[in-house]
Design a protein around this ligand. Sequence first.
Ligand code: NIG
Ligand code: FE
Length: 412
Amino acid sequence: MITLIKNIKELLQVRETSVSKVSGAEMAVLPTIKNAFLVIENNLIADFGLMENLPEINADEVIDATGKIVLPSWCDSHTHIVYAGNREQEFVDRINGFSYEEIANRGGGILNSAKKLNETSEEEIYEQSKVRLEEVMHLGTGAVEIKSGYGLTIEGELKMLRVIKKLAANYPISIKATFLGAHAFPLHYKENKQGYIDEIITKMLPKITQNKLADYIDVFCETGYFSIEETEKIMEAGIQFGLKPKIHVNQFNSIGGIQAGIKFNALSVDHLEVMNPEDIEALKDTETMPVALPSCSYFLSIPYTPAREMIKAGLPLALATDFNPGSTPSGNMNFVVATACIKMKMTPEEAINAATINGAYAMEISETHGSITKGKKANLILTKPISSYYQIPYAFGSNLIESVFVEGKVLA
Ligand code: NIG
Ligand code: FE
């Protein structure tokens, strides 16, 4: 099956040779081709170039993209899409003046979602989660990472990871699974934190890895959640079981989580709303991708990741949604890109780089996703007719997507 997309007004994120990520000043450049064609053969990008160089092609299907833009699908490297129910009541409680922290301290927050998850059947969790996955696919997400962390019991964590595995088997987009047993301490372990950590390390990790249910290990490293010492122990154990760390750090406090992540070669350190100069310094010349989650800052009214300072320091940055029931009930990467431009003062070029190739890096799929490169997956966004790619962040409330290609096929 050969599909030709012709007369593309502008083809974005064109990389002749594959790069794994872009950093600092490089992020300001988004390579594009104006008046382009793109050929999809089966599920891959087979060719692209200037319309004037369009070769003779025996295409099965020709799409005229006059006035429209084509870009690689979004790579959302941080989500909690698998959960049960919702936390609408906490949302209203926050409107009425309670803070996220106060709600969590009253037994709400992550523990509220954990209670719901453990009371819900695996089939029902799958049904609820697949609706969200389908939604984000239609919003242009072509690869996604999904975390556990609302089980907080062996059965609950395994149940979540099995749901992620089933989603990965049943949907054509790339899905990475992360074990986040260390998301919060269950109530009955409140006075025995070491007991829960032992359970993670000696009971959960062996079961999960034996069943190949996770690619990564995550910890919510934060005051009132997991300390630096606890985070390091869990990362170390995860690594022994073959799971690279991707961790939650610096959401509310800077307590050394970034440095801990770097020490254990974390693939990414995520959130980063509260950053001091030492945190930025520590990330220089490392392989660890910093990941910002601006929809979380928006929803909780907390600071935005200081993208400008980080980019000025030469760091790369990835953007992800953090889609979850408590702090970010939205999986819209288009909104993330717009919010990064509007609130974090990233340029459209930087934001699109962060949401595509750098997101791919944070899931170790840069070889196959995140740019328009021959041989990569034909996971693409075709926009409606638009004046320029600036529209993507500028018209922040509009749906500018006309169709989404996954593995070369248009999503119905
Ligand atoms: O990334 N910060 C930790 N975990 C999630 C939110 C968890 C929740 O409130 O359910 C996050 O924001
Ligand atoms: Fe998160």
